[in-house]
Design a protein around this ligand. Sequence first.
Ligand code: HEC
Ligand code: HEC
Length: 380
Amino acid sequence: MKTMKSKFLLMAGVAAIATSAAMANAQSYPPLAPLGDPPIPLDNQQSDAKVELGKILFWDPRLGGDASTACVTCHEPDQGWGFGDSLSRGYPGTVHWRNSQSVINSAYLGQLFWAGSAASLEKQAPSAAKGAVAGNGENDVMETRLAFIPEYVTRFNDVFGTEWPLIGDAWHAIAAFERTLIVNDTPIDLYLAGDESALSEEQIAGMALFNGKAGCIQCHNGAQATDENYYNLGVPPAERWETDGLAQVTFRYEIFAKGVTQEMYRKLKDDPGLYFRSKEKDHLGKFRTPPLRYTAYTAPYMHNGSFWDFEEVVEFYNAGGGENDFTDGTMSSTKSPLLKPLGLNEEEVEQLVAFLEAFSGDELEVEPPVLPPYEALASE
Ligand code: HEC
Ligand code: HEC
C-alpha cells in the first residue's frame, strides 16, 4: 500500500511537470496583470515629510544651472508628466535630443531612460539635474542655494537629521516623491482583478489581438506592459535633426560626449540608443520597451516622438515596423525579427487602439507646492 501510494504521488508529480511545461510553451510571456504597490528601497524609506520635501524640490528650478529649469518643466502634470513635443525642450539655449518620458509609474522600473542608463530613481535624478541639455546644474552651487533657504534647512533637518541640506539627500527626497506618482486603478487593472464591466466589447476584442494576432505581448508584458528589454523597431530618425539647428547641435554633442569611434562619429545620423552604453554593434538603434500605462496622456510616442497618436503607432506595427539607419543595410541591421506585417483590418486597428486607451485611467493631478523664498543668512 505504501509503495502504491508513493508510486501514485510520483506519477502525479510527473503529470504536473508535464502540464506546466505545456503551459509554459503555450504562454511563454508573463501575462498582463494588475499593478500592485511599487517597491521601496531599504535605504530610502517613505515618510510624509520626505515626500513633501521631494515634491517641492521637483518644482524648484534652483536645482539646475541658471535656476530656470526644474524637473516639472519637462515633466508637466498636464502633459502626461512628460513634455508634449517630439523632442523635449532642453536647458535654455538647447533642445533635448529625446522625447521626455512620463514620471508616472517610473517607480516600478529597474532601468530608467529610453536606453536604460540609470538603475534607480535616486541615481536618475542627479543625472537629470546635472545633464547639459536638461538641468545643467552643478552640485556645489545647488547645495549652496538650498542652504540659503531657511525652509529647506528646516525640512532637510527634519527628514535627514543633517545640519545643512546635502545635495544627495535632495535626490532621495525627489525619488520618494516620484514613488507616490502611481496610477494603478486603470480599466485594465479593474478588469484583470475581476470586474468584467471595466472594458468595453471593443477593448476586449483589442486585448485578444494584443495577446494574439498582433503579438504586442511578446514585448509589452507583465504588470507594466514592458519586458524592460531592448529592440530596434525601425522608428524613423527624428525629423528635427534635419531641420532644427539646435537639435543638431545636441545630437553631435551627445555622440561626442558619450564616446564613439571616429568613423561612427562621422557616419551616425540616427540615435544609436543602447549602443552608447555597450558599444556593441548589435545594440545600435535599440531602446527599452516602454510601459504602456498612462500613455493616453503622453503623446507623442517613441524615443524621438515620431508618432502623434495610437492609430499611427498601431499602423506602424501593422506595416511590420519601419526603417531607420540601423535597418537599411548601411550598417548591420538590428531590427527585431519579432516585427512582421500583421494584416490587421480597419476594425481590428480600432479595437487595438481602444484597448491601448484602457491602460491609462484618470489623469493624476497634484496641487503644485509653494516654493520657499531665499533669505540672506543673518550675520553673527
Ligand atoms: C530639460 C528637460 C528635462 C528636465 C529638466 C528633466 N527631465 Fe527627466 N527626462 C527628460 C527626457 C528628455 C527624458 C528621456 C531622456 C533619455 O532617455 O535620454 C527624461 C527621463 C526621465 C525619467 C525616466 C523615466 C523612464 O520611464 O525611464 C525620469 C524618472 C525623469 N526624467 C525624472 C526627472 C527628474 C526627477 C528631474 C529633475 C531632477 C528631471 N527628470 C528633469 C527631460 C527632462
Ligand atoms: C519587438 C518588441 C515589441 C513589440 C512586438 C511591440 N512593441 Fe511597442 N514598443 C517596443 C519598443 C522597443 C518601443 C520603443 C521604440 C522606440 O522608441 O524606438 C515601443 C513603443 C510602443 C509605444 C509607444 C510608447 C511610448 O511611451 O512612447 C506604444 C503605444 C506601443 N509600443 C504599442 C505596441 C502595440 C500596440 C504593439 C502590438 C501591435 C507593440 N507595441 C508591439 C517594443 C515592442
